[in-house]
Design a protein around this ligand. Structure first.
Ligand code: MIG
Length: 752
């Protein structure tokens, strides 16, 4: 870290290099409302996985050195750097948005020696490091009214104020609660909302790190990392949406997916044979429950060897998948990083021959234990290893596999965590596990994405458990091993919306819950959240009670069908949102605070959300409840099903029996729908039915072939629909590069 008096500075393009008595640092203008602050490392530092290319744009700025304070001033921000390398950010109107805390850390509660002994004697964990400084640490002064959002995937509530979290990709099988510090993903991005304004901070450091959000002391919040360099971005903007646009401009946006990936996915660990999978597939069609995708968990492999197929239980490679395909199904297969230590097994042999696996500091190939037993770990940090792994995807795609599910890539291991000094690579430079751990899943997902793209030319579908900031460019995510618990259904909403605020627009939870046994009622309520989740997959652990839609009783089946059908009707709306996301980075599932940040009622809303800007859903998340308290923000809202009118800016208690999820549409909203299909493409040319709600509005609808990259060369249509009060909708083509709809129908909702 840089410290002491500032002794000099120099400006070079967008960068202001600073020299302190002790160390050097840099303030770099990325654009007028985004500033990077970093300690300039002598060796050039670690390659950023989140920010892959220099995103800075030529920007006008001035530099003033007055009374020992260096002020860097753009059209939107002023950054003031003080002696001691304290940095403050001011908005153009002079408001101090974000200031370094000048004092030392002062934990309000510390653990005395005696208490520590007592805790140990009783067999409790003694909290480590209370008040202990980190190798890299930034303290920011708190105004006292901060709300914190983002942070990727953490447990707990929408607003993270008062909590502490760790960024260290972790597979912890215990029941998740809000006391959990880390899950599978590390996205060190934080949005702060307070009276004075909103801003984001992104700490691009892959070592184990933490966020302490006014838990240690209400006067400050801090970020700390155990290694690496200080490197963070201050992300400004007019509002929260702008902050997200800027953050995703920096780290990348979720690309437009294939349309079928937005359908319903069925999965279960423990489908033991081709027969069992066939039966699942047939049951969906027989019961007319739409389904697009069947996931193959580890059972399909030969002895858990990745890129193999168990012919004994799953038949000839490609046969089952071919059959499924003819019935409209897409197959997604799981691939873990651990390669079975097994001479004669081609993946192991190739990796050994080419020096592709991580090693001990002594230079031996390192092994640990995962599903196949003793296993070795591809060093995905090396470009050659990623290319090799990309090439392997073709083994799957040539069998007809349509997408790949990456699991266990924290990396997880059964015989204790990989030691910190195991040697991986940062491109071609050796770096220890301590530095590479949090980007292991990212590198694996990236290799998988590139392989699928090369092999198929289609938009790759990858789903990963572990990731880092920026992985959204390559992969969708699911939140890992939740359980069939009401508290986990409740947690699913803040989890998915915070992932969305952190760039991960394409995310889902295991619908029905992974561990523990689901109940009919829980499944009915979870499918009501799933229907709006960007990734809609029912998945379950081996040994748990079955939770496919028909597993319980007729009523549960009907409710599942109702919401899966709703999902299929809403496909064009969801697809439009994905298209928007590629352009703006704004998520599909949104907390109300994203569009109504000045309304205090939205700051802590954990149990309702917006789907895009127009649709609001308020699912019941409590066992036994048949009423829901819904907050409707400012404006006029209409019930989605009967267009009953509600004045916003207040709470309502609405009926929500087991088969109802309260849904509302904002005045002027138009929602494009298609009739239900059993799978995407069953009807290649569905009619567009535009649900038109009262009020004035404009809506732009996007349509393309839903599969490949032709849209990037203009092969798409853009329909603009304009509605003035009391008038019929007017349609206009904004872009035409794809066959038009045969039929467009306007369904006027309500009495206007
Ligand atoms: O240690 O492949 O989160 O979705 O079913 C368990 C078996 C390994 C963990 C994943 C879960 C998957 C399971 N896997």
């Amino acid at each position: 870290m840089a410290s002491g008096k500032r002794t000099g500075y120099r400006v070079e393009e967008n960068s202001v290099y600073l020299v302190f008595e002790d160390g050097a640092a840099c303030v770099k203008v990325i654009q007028s409302d985004m500033i990077q602050v970093f300690v300039a490392p002598e060796n050039g530092g670690q390659t950023s996985q989140a920010v892959e290319t220099d995103r800075s744009v030529p920007t006008a700025f001035t530099v003033k050195d007055e009374d020992g304070v260096l002020a860097v001033c753009t059209a939107d921000l002023t950054v003031k750097v003080y002696d001691g390398f304290y940095v403050d950010f001011y908005r153009k109107d002079g408001v101090l948005l974000c200031a370094d805390y000048r004092g030392k850390r002062q934990p309000v509660s510390v653990l005395g020696k005696k208490a520590q002994e007592l805790l140990k004697a009783e067999g409790h964990d003694v909290p480590k490091g209370l008040g202990q400084d980190h190798a890299v640490q930034v303290l920011k002064a708190a105004d006292g009214d901060e709300k914190f959002y983002g942070l990727g995937d953490k447990t707990g509530f929408l607003n993270k104020d008062g909590y502490e979290f760790e960024n260290w990709n972790t597979d912890n099988p215990q029941t998740q609660t809000e006391a959990f510090k880390a899950l599978y993903k590390s996205v060190p991005f934080l949005i702060t909302l307070k009276e004075r304004g909103v801003y984001g901070l992104f700490f691009d450091n892959t070592y184990k790190s933490c966020f302490n959000l006014r838990k240690e002391n209400e006067a400050y919040y801090f970020y700390g990392a155990d290694g690496g360099e200080l490197n963070y971005y201050f992300i400004g903007g007019e509002n929260m949406a702008d902050v997200i646009k800027n953050y995703t401009a920096l780290t990348g946006r979720t690309p437009l997916p294939q349309l079928w990936t937005l359908g319903y996915h069925q999965s279960r660990w423990g489908y033991e044979s081709a027969e069992e999978i066939r039966e699942v597939a047939e049951t969906f069609r027989r019961l007319a429950i739409p389904c697009d995708t069947i996931h193959f968990d580890i059972d399909y492999m030969d002895g858990f060897r990745v890129f193999t197929w168990d012919e004994k239980f799953y038949g000839a490679p490609g046969e089952l998948i071919g059959e499924l395909r003819r019935d409209g199904y897409k197959a997604v297969t799981i691939i873990d990083p651990g390669v079975k230590l097994d001479e004669g097994y081609f993946v192991y042999d190739e990796g050994i021959a080419n020096d592709y696996f991580a090693k001990t500091p002594e230079g031996e190939v390192y092994d640990n234990w995962v599903w196949p037993g003793a296993a070795v770990f591809p060093d995905f940090g090396k470009p050659a290893v990623r290319r090799w792994w990309s090439g392997k995807q073709e083994i799957l795609t040539s069998m007809g596999v349509a997408g790949v599910w990456n699991d266990m890539n924290e990396p997880a291991s059964f015989h204790g965590e990989l030691p910190a000094d195991i040697v991986f690579s940062d491109e071609d430079k050796p770096l220890p596990h301590a530095a590479m751990h949090n980007i292991y899943g990212h590198q694996m997902a990236k290799a998988t994405y590139n392989g699928l793209k090369d092999a198929t030319g289609k938009r790759p579908f990858v789903i990963t458990r572990a990731c880092y900031a920026g992985t959204q460019k390559y992969s969708t995510v699911w939140t890992g091993d939740n359980q069939s618990l009401w508290t986990h259904l409740q947690m699913a909403v803040p989890q998915l919306i915070n992932l969305g605020l952190s760039g991960f627009a394409f995310a889902g939870t295991d619908v029905g819950g992974f561990g523990a046994d689901c109940t009919p009622e829980l499944l009915c309520r979870w499918v009501q959240v799933g229907a709006f989740s960007p990734l809609f997959r029912n998945h379950c652990c081996e040994g748990c009670i079955h939770q496919e839609p028909w597993s319980f009783n007729e009523k549960t089946l009907q409710i599942n069908r109702k919401f899966i059908e709703l999902r299929y009707r809403l496909l064009p709306y969801l697809y439009d949102l994905f298209r928007g996301c590629e352009e703006t980075g704004l998520p599909i599932l949104r907390p109300l605070v994203l569009h109504y940040e000045n309304d205090p009622e939205t700051w802590n809303l954990n149990s309702e959300f917006l789907v895009g800007e127009y649709l609001l859903a308020a699912p019941v998340l409590e066992q036994g409840a048949t009423k829901k308290m819904v907050y409707l923000p400012d404006g006029v809202w209409y019930d989605f099903s009967n267009a009953a009118k509600y004045q916003g800016g207040r709470y309502y208690v609405v009926d929500a029996p087991l088969d109802v999820c309260p849904m509302f549409v904002k005045a002027g909203g138009m929602i494009p729908t298609w009739d239900v299909q059993q799978y995407v493409g069953e009807n290649p040319d569905p009619a567009l039915k535009l649900l038109v709600f009262p009020g004035e509005g404009r809506y732009v609808h996007y349509r393309d072939n839903g599969e490949d990259f032709a849209y990037r060369d203009g092969a798409y249509n853009l329909y603009s629909f304009v509605k003035e009060a009391g008038k019929e909708v007017r349609m206009e083509m904004l872009h035409e590069g794809y066959p038009r709809y045969q039929k467009i129908e306007y369904v006027y909702m309500g009495s206007e």
